[in-house]
Design a protein around this ligand. Structure first.
Ligand SMILES: [Zn+2]
Ligand SMILES: [Zn+2]
Length: 418
């Protein structure tokens, strides 16, 4: 027995140049010593940070020991967005959690609900981008509710999403950065070596932060619950009919863009929410910058209004009318247009009629009588319609040939006069 153990140890000490490396090799291949389970809706990095801290290790050092193949880069990127399948498998083995459960801690679990497909390297709509450089977030990429942290000290996955501006349970605003020093949150870094998540910049224990209550008259919590319901159930109800969550979120993104980027802000609830939050105006964004760049209270007002607009077709139509939004802007940059939305936008399309041959004949006669130049614009004005040359090319050709004949006649006439 003793011989066997010696043999094993010899193996470890001979294959590595020193004891430290032997330990590294062993840690890299073995399960975690203490194995936690992810909480419901816990975020991957939150789970990894908690696991590291319970081993009395800094999360970065811990990751370096257990994932040497990541070459010190484990937390050097947005891991909740970009964690690889291999790393997930390995982590599942190390913490003895089914890999499917672990996959649910990543943002890619929203695939098929918020987007068709998530892209690990570019921006994804609704996802706050922390812009991690050198393992620190350079921008506000995650928010938190101090009251939720008091109940259970872990970071919720939905706090990474731009519409999560308040906590519907505690009716308070989320903090988008450290309320003490203003630094963007980096939950894998901390100042104090304690269990509780704390700010690496000033040491503030996040669960001790003050909660800012939401105004009782605000609809922000109620409408956010509407978004969460769609996210959790996989569908939303509009005008009494169910609609795939994915379709609904595509339209939600489009409406927030109209409000924020295109300045279509004529909406009573938007105004009310802005007044409640003491927000005088929402600054126009830099060129095509996403809603994420607006401050949190502006976010809250924009999403609250957007959800209200999407509650019924009537609401949407009123919003379009009151802001004079053109179909081009309604559909701009939309790869896929959900049917429900398409139908409403169609109602705002300019009427495309295709007049019959006889009508064009008489219109030409009229133009000739009144010595109007025979051009398409005049035909459109006369018939009070938009003559679609593409869909009825036969009529269009007819019109053009008659016009050519007329012009030729005019030429003859001018020659005679000359
Ligand atoms: Zn809360
Ligand atoms: Zn701080």
């Amino acid at each position: 027995m003793g011989q066997l153990r010696r043999k094993k140890d010899n193996y470890f000490y001979s294959s590595a140049t020193n004891a430290g490396e032997a330990l590294r090799e062993r840690l890299a291949a073995s399960p975690f010593l203490i194995r936690l389970k992810p909480f419901p809706d816990e975020l991957f990095t939150s789970f990894m940070a908690r696991t590291a801290v319970i081993h009395l290790m800094d999360p970065v050092t811990f990751a370096n020991f257990h994932y040497p193949e990541e070459r010190n880069d484990f937390f050097n990127r947005d891991k909740d967005l970009s964690v690889s399948g291999a790393t997930l498998e390995k982590s599942a083995y190390k913490c003895r959690v089914p890999v499917e459960r672990l996959r649910r801690t990543t943002l890619s679990s929203y695939e098929g609900i918020l987007w068709e497909k998530i892209y690990p390297t570019t921006r994804n709509r609704f996802v706050l981008n922390p812009m991690i450089r050198g393992r620190y977030a350079r921008r506000n990429g995650i928010r938190f509710c101090p009251e939720c942290l008091k109940e259970e000290d872990y970071f919720r996955k939905r706090w990474r999403l731009s519409f999560s501006t308040v906590c519907p349970k505690h009716r308070c605003y989320l903090h988008e950065c450290c309320p003490e020093c203003g630094k963007p949150l980096t939950i894998t870094k901390r100042m104090h070596d304690i269990q509780e998540f704390n700010c690496y910049g000033c040491g503030l224990v996040f669960r001790d932060a003050e909660a800012l209550p939401v105004h009782p008259e605000s609809k922000v919590a109620e409408n956010l619950r509407h978004i969460y319901d769609a996210m959790d159930s996989g569908w939303a109800v509009v005008d009494g009919s169910p609609m795939y969550a994915l379709s609904w979120f595509i339209v939600l993104a489009q409406i927030t863009k109209l409000i924020y980027n295109r300045g279509c802000r004529n909406h009573p609830l938007l105004q009310k929410e802005m007044d409640i939050a003491g927000l005088r105006s929402i600054d126009p964004p830099r060129k095509s910058s996403p809603v994420q760049d607006a401050p949190l209270i502006a976010h809250a007002a924009i999403y609250t209004a957007a959800v209200e607009i999407l509650k019924s077709g009537e609401n949407l139509k009123r919003y379009i009318r009151e802001n004079h939004i053109t179909p081009t802007n309604l559909l701009r940059d939309m790869g896929y247009v959900p049917f429900w939305y398409d139908e409403i936008v169609y109602g705002f399309m300019p009427r495309t009629l295709t007049p019959c041959d006889a009508e064009i004949e008489s219109a030409i006669a009229y133009m000739e009588r009144h010595r109007m130049p025979l051009i398409l614009r005049h035909l459109n004005i006369l018939m009070g319609t938009y003559f679609d040359s593409g869909s009825r090319s036969d009529l269009f050709q007819g019109f053009m040939s008659r016009r050519d004949a007329y012009m030729a006649n005019l030429g003859e006439y001018a020659k005679k006069r000359g």
